[in-house]
Design a protein around this ligand. Structure first.
Ligand code: PLP
Length: 370
């Protein structure tokens, strides 16, 4: 069977790896030759560099973005009977991690412009069981952190930033992962900083919390084989850390090209389509470039006809996922999230796109009568 070659792929990692292939393979070889397959200098070096990059005091490498969220909740001792306020318009892991520690995700609807949690609706969702707010910096744009931090302070709540899609993103000059109690990042291959498999990292300005995260990462053991906490195996793979160390110096360059691509799309679609809204003071990294369309199916058909990549992030808001039925939510509870889920469509934005490809995308989209 012939596979369909996208004339413009949604993402082409070959293009990201081609210029750094030799360095990546050398870095992997170094780890193999060292036989330091668990923890070690590559992890420590990456943690130092990511902490610096994110303007955080400490960073702790972990096994994935999902595990970053789980270990953050564990470190803050959030569990059974606790509630965490978050958005239903996000990837599953946000609420999945809350459920996995035994807590309940209390959803709050989104701001329809940014797709991030609407701070004006948070306070009404706070109960005596609320322990934390988990804003998600969706598509690479930070949530409106000032009012969120203000609410958290007044109600004595932790703030866990789900920054999986937002490494390097800024809010009024502050970096993602440096504002809340803990920041959680993913190195999933499609992220702006992705590795060759699964990986993640947590950031914090709280030294004691960072020490606790490091202990939880290795089954709660310190010293080895003495367990005062129940942790897990949340370690980042040194092979992935080695790859990330090669890629990190290029990250700002990739952000810049994504921003250029976004500016080209913004200008081309002006007055025709709803393009991404960037809140004043935000430095977005465009992990996704997401359009809002009244007739999404027709646009998908038009893109498919020309083999242009696209994806829906996300088609089902989390309060409507069957596995969360026991939380008692129903369709209609979060109208902005539900509406967004039927209207959003992400198109190619990665830094390897050629000008010709960008123009092809624009031509196909603008020629289509939506
Ligand atoms: C918002 C959000 N949270 C959490 C995750 C989980 O990250 P990972 O896939 O590395 O486990 C992702 C990754 O796709 C994400 O987009």
């Amino acid at each position: 069977m012939q596979t369909l070659i996208k004339s413009v792929p949604l993402l082409d990692l070959h293009r990201e790896y081609a210029p750094i292939r030799t360095e990546v393979l050398k870095a992997i070889e170094e780890v193999v030759d060292s036989t330091q397959f668990i923890m070690g200098p590559k992890i420590t070096e990456l943690e130092k560099k990511i902490a610096t990059y994110c303007d955080a005091k400490r960073a702790v490498g972990v096994s994935s973005g999902t595990d970053a969220l789980v270990i953050a909740l564990m470190a803050l001792e959030i569990g059974q009977d606790d509630e965490v306020i978050t958005t239903p318009f996000t990837f599953f892991a946000t609420a999945g991690s809350i459920a996995r520690v035994g807590a309940k995700a209390v959803f709050v609807d989104i701001d329809p412009l940014t797709y991030n949690i609407d701070p004006a609706k948070i306070e009404a969702a706070i109960t005596p069981k609320t322990k934390a707010i988990m804003p998600v910096h969706l598509f690479g744009q930070m949530a409106d952190m000032d009012p969120i931090m203000d609410i958290a302070k007044r109600h004595n709540l932790f703030v866990i930033e789900d920054a999986a899609q937002a490494i390097g993103s800024t809010y009024k000059g502050k970096k993602a992962g440096s504002v809340g109690t803990i920041g959680c990042f993913s190195f999933f291959p499609s992220k702006n900083l992705g590795c060759c498999g699964d990986g993640g990292i947590v950031t914090t300005n709280d030294e004691a919390l960072a020490d606790k995260l490091e202990i939880l990462r290795v089954h709660g053991s310190k010293p080895k084989y003495y367990h005062h906490l129940i942790g897990g195996n949340f370690r980042l793979d040194p092979l992935q850390a080695a790859v990330l160390l090669v890629k990190l110096p290029f990250l700002e360059g990739h952000h810049a090209v994504r921003r250029q691509n976004a500016a080209f799309f913004d200008a081309s679609f002006k007055g025709i389509l709803d393009t991404p809204y960037v809140q004043e003071g935000n430095g977005m990294i465009y992990n996704q470039y997401t359009l809002r369309l009244k007739n999404r199916v027709a646009m998908i058909n038009a893109l498919d006809a020309k083999n242009i990549g696209h994806s829906i992030y996300y088609p089902v808001p989390l309060h409507m996922q069957s596995c969360f039925e026991h939380w008692g939510y129903k369709a209609g509870d979060f109208p902005e999230s539900e509406k967004a889920a039927t209207e959003v469509l992400s198109i190619p934005i990665f830094s390897g796109l050629t000008q010709e490809e960008l123009e092809t995308v624009v031509r196909v989209i603008t020629n289509h009568k939506n």
